[in-house]
Design a protein around this ligand. Structure first.
Ligand code: 5GP
Ligand code: MG
Ligand code: MG
Length: 196
């Protein structure tokens, strides 16, 4: 009975003010972008690098939508932290992970981000891959908040622009919660005001 599923996820759903992007809208856009990226990267052995943990859900869907799969496509992950438990960026970007310069050198790197907000994280990572000797770097992001930029950053591939509201779901968290929601929604302010 479907009632069981509704009950088990209801505590998360209750904290959502508004659904901005439904599961169906996400799937349709990711499928479209995946085919476009696959065509652009045919013959280039792309190294698809996702940022942990926010981009994991998007990346899992995106790479399977990259049809026909470019030969030599590989997946890697990096960790980029700037937020902590609040909803306002600290301004500092800490990078970590096991990605070595030898893995990146000469590769066409496709950085997969969950959201570009100030732009600092994506710019820092793109610079990092260039310094590691990537043949090219490009940015694909699920979401972008252009009104929040503090450094110039324009994703090469973007699924959706969103307004300046704190969003969760489809990989995006607040304090490590809500990542498993299948849609992108606006978190009720009372759910984070106590932490900020
Ligand atoms: P930036 O370096 O562009 O300011 O920040 C990028 C990171 O900030 C994202 O990868 C994400 O972790 C976090 N972030 C920015 N805006 C939001 C948002 O609305 N919701 C969530 N969950 N994280 C956000
Ligand atoms: Mg991120
Ligand atoms: Mg986060």
């Amino acid at each position: 009975h479907s009632g069981a599923m509704v009950t088990s996820s209801s505590t998360l759903h209750r904290d959502i003010d508004e659904v901005l992007l439904t599961q169906e809208a996400l799937a349709a856009r990711v499928a479209q972008l995946g085919r476009q990226i696959a065509a652009d990267y045919a013959g280039r052995r792309p190294l698809v690098v996702g940022t942990l943990k926010g981009a994991v859900v998007f990346m899992a869907d995106l790479v399977r939508a990259m049809e026909p799969t470019p030969e030599g496509l590989q997946l890697e992950f990096v960790r980029a932290s700037s937020y902590g438990a609040g909803t306002v960026s600290s301004g500092k970007v800490a990078l970590s992970g096991t990605l070595a310069a030898a893995d990146v050198e000469g590769r066409h790197v496709l950085l997969v981000e969950d959201i570009v907000d100030s732009g600092r994280t994506a710019v820092a990572l793109l610079e990092h891959f260039k310094a590691m000797g990537a043949a090219s770097v490009a940015l694909v992001s699920l979401l972008s908040k252009p009104s929040r930029r503090t450094v110039p950053c324009e994703p090469d591939y973007l699924c959706f622009e969103v307004e300046d509201k704190f969003v969760v779901g489809y990989g995006l968290d607040f304090d490590e919660q809500y990542r498993s929601l299948p849609y992108v929604g606006v978190l009720r302010p009372e759910c984070y005001s106590s932490v900020d």
